[in-house]
Design a protein around this ligand. Structure first.
Ligand SMILES: [Zn+2]
Length: 413
């Protein structure tokens, strides 16, 4: 920190996530939480500058598909140990401490923004407000409130995560209810979910009139729409109705014309590869065998769609849709395993995800951008696994403030 509250990061390898090649020996000046200058270090570093020789600077990661929730069933070891027989029931409010731990874990992993696509009891909105009010340190959180679904079996399993509605007028009301509870965007279930035995994820679960009503109501009020889509029946409808992001979208490789229209309309795809690994490989004992078999097929399709979408020029975003919180970058690694270059996967996890969130001033490092930044020990372009190694997450800045990483010591923190 130098006079006037500015932070200068000097002599660092810069990945600005605009798609440009990395810049070595870069100098980045931050004032009032924003990047004000990006250049090349020349001559002696300015007084007070933090020398980052040998390190890499990139935008903080943005998870575009997360469930910010105290329900940590798919994050073994992250929540409290399971209750033993004879213990008194756990107070429900313990969940808020799990949420605080989630916020910390995300920051420590370099995740500076998260788009919550469904949580129970408005927990994501509660955590968003706790962060906004300075009660806990955490990433920027955008929440959909409750997921808007047709009356469907998933409503039984997901309870307060869902708002069931039927018919265009009720859909409009459901959108308005989410805005009333403080949602940042709207999420709809265009098809059934792969994790619900009684749902078929292939056909559209909402009618075109219903999807139209949701999109029209949200867009008219200035809010974006995320669509859960598995089968092509739903994909065709949401592309026609102009949603802003498609979640999962694994079938899209079967209909390349849809990918071309997504690219032309700027519809972002959040492939969520990790969630298919969860059902197909990781939690096979928790799910009905038919769902595990289905997930194995879907896993293959999700990777085919990743590269088909990439080839068609669709903007890709990183969405972990798994646990534990803080392991989000495994999704970025999987995008590389699937065929993206490390740079392409990093751009997806930063600028691409920012587009999914509808934000233009995060996810890149350029003058005017919010200084949500990640400093790594090493170079993720040569070894993308650096992003998953807690020891290599050297410093995380949120709006110019060092919030995690051992490099905070150099700022006297
Ligand atoms: Zn999800």
């Amino acid at each position: 920190m130098i006079a006037g509250g500015a932070v200068i990061l000097a002599d660092v390898r810069l990945i600005d996530a605009t798609g440009r090649a990395p810049l070595d020996g870069a100098l980045v000046r931050i004032e009032d939480g924003r990047v004000v200058e990006v250049g090349v270090s020349s001559g002696p570093a300015p007084e007070g500058a933090i020398n980052l020789e040998g390190r890499t600077l990139m935008p903080g990661l943005i998870d575009a598909h997360a469930h910010v929730s105290s329900d940590v069933k798919r994050s073994p070891g992250f929540g409290p140990p399971p209750a033993l027989a004879g213990e008194l029931p756990r107070p429900r409010e313990l969940g808020y401490f799990v949420l605080a731990k989630t916020a910390a874990a995300l920051l420590e992993a370099g995740v500076t923004s998260v788009r919550d696509v469904g949580s129970y009891d408005d927990e994501a909105i509660v955590l968003r407000e706790a962060v906004r009010l300075g009660l806990v340190a955490g990433p920027r959180i955008l929440s959909c409130g409750r997921i808007i679904s047709a009356t469907a079996p998933g409503g039984v399993l997901f309870g307060t995560m869902y708002r069931e509605a039927d018919g265009p007028e009720e859909m409009r009301k459901a959108v308005r209810e989410q805005l009333r509870r403080g949602a940042d965007f709207i999420k709809l279930m265009a098809t059934g979910a792969r994790s619900v035995l009684a749902e078929d994820p292939e056909p559209a679960q909402m009618t075109q009139e219903e999807i139209h009503a949701v999109v029209d109501e949200a867009h008219r009020m200035g809010f974006r729409v995320a669509a859960h889509v598995e089968g092509l029946g739903g994909a065709r409808l949401v592309v026609a109705e102009g949603v802003d992001t498609i979640e999962h979208g694994l079938s899209l490789h079967r209909e390349p014309e849809l990918l071309e229209r997504m690219a032309a309309r700027g519809i972002v795809l959040v492939p969520t590869l990790s969630t298919f690994h969860d059902l197909a490989e990781r939690f096979t004992d928790l799910f009905a065998p038919a769902l595990v078999d289905q997930a194995k097929r879907q896993l293959e399709e999700a990777y085919l769609t990743l590269m088909a979408a990439h080839g068609a020029g669709v903007t890709l975003a990183m969405g972990h849709d798994s646990g534990p919180p803080g392991d989000n970058a495994i999704e970025l690694v999987r995008m590389v395993d699937g065929g993206l270059s490390a740079m392409e996967a990093i751009v997806a996890a930063t600028r691409g995800s920012a587009r999914a969130l509808g934000l233009s001033d995060v996810g890149v490092i350029e003058p005017g951008a919010v200084a949500d930044l990640l400093v790594l020990d090493g170079d993720p372009l040569t070894d993308v696994h650096v992003l998953r190694d807690p020891d290599r997450i050297w410093m995380v800045l949120r709006a110019g403030e060092a919030v995690a990483g051992r490099g905070r010591a150099t700022m006297g923190l």
